[in-house]
Design a protein around this ligand. Structure first.
Ligand code: FES
Length: 218
């Protein structure tokens, strides 16, 4: 058990040093994935990377392979790169254009650009009596729980809500405030012209490597 091996995780990170287990321990890695990467907002890419309908870019969020795709209406979707049928990876290339729909290479199910099921070949003969069908939400490609675009920068989160615990467990930050913090930081940085981009990144609310990591792993 992690608690038995390291009773006080907060002490792993000190102002001037970090215990090596933070980088090597499998249980700490699991916590980091669960509480940070698969919970907070993650930058996926910029809209300029997917200018046309059907353009996609793949990205990893936590342990999940995801697809950022431009929809026909100009919007953007972030979907799990996994077929809801047997888990096959939908797109294998890092980027490309899927056209008007995705097609799984295993049993040829097709999905709209927003991940909704388009068609199941041989539905009548092949899947009769199963729970598969166009009306089943289980047959859609799963979308990220939240997707937001800020000035062309696409962010996604795998969780509906982000709750980060502070060192003393008193402060809780919502993902909304994280997004707002990013916006505020950009505006402040632009107006003052005094702080460099790098220092802004180091001290901003989305700096998970510093603040969030310390906040969460306790
Ligand atoms: S695994 Fe994708 S259609 Fe069967």
């Amino acid at each position: 058990m992690l608690r038995e091996r390291i009773p006080d995780l907060a002490k792993c990170v000190e102002p001037d040093r970090v215990r090596r287990e933070v980088y090597t321990d499998a249980d700490i890695f699991e916590l980091e994935m669960q509480r940070i990467h698969e919970t907070v907002w993650i930058y996926c890419g910029h809209l300029s990377q997917i200018p046309k309908s059907g353009d996609y870019y793949t990205v990893q969020i936590g342990r999940q392979p995801m697809i950022m795709v431009r929809k026909g209406d100009g919007g953007v979707a972030v979907l799990y790169n996994r077929c809801p049928h047997r888990g096959n990876m939908i797109v294998g290339d890092m980027k490309g254009n899927t056209g008007e729909f995705f097609r799984c290479s295993y049993h040829a199910w097709t999905f709209h650009q927003d991940g909704k099921l388009k068609n199941i070949p041989m539905m009548e003969s092949g899947y009769q009596g199963t729970r598969y069908g166009k009306d089943s939400p289980d047959c859609n490609m799963k979308p990220a729980a939240r997707v937001e675009v800020y000035r062309g920068f696409v962010f996604a989160s795998l969780a509906l809500k982000t709750v980060l615990r502070s060192r003393n467990s008193s402060a809780r930050a919502s993902s909304r405030s994280t997004t707002c913090a990013i916006a505020r930081r950009k505006v402040k940085s632009r107006s003052s012209r005094t702080a460099s981009a790098s220092s802004s990144t180091r001290t901003g609310s989305c700096s998970w490597r510093t603040r969030s990591t310390r906040c969460t792993l306790q």
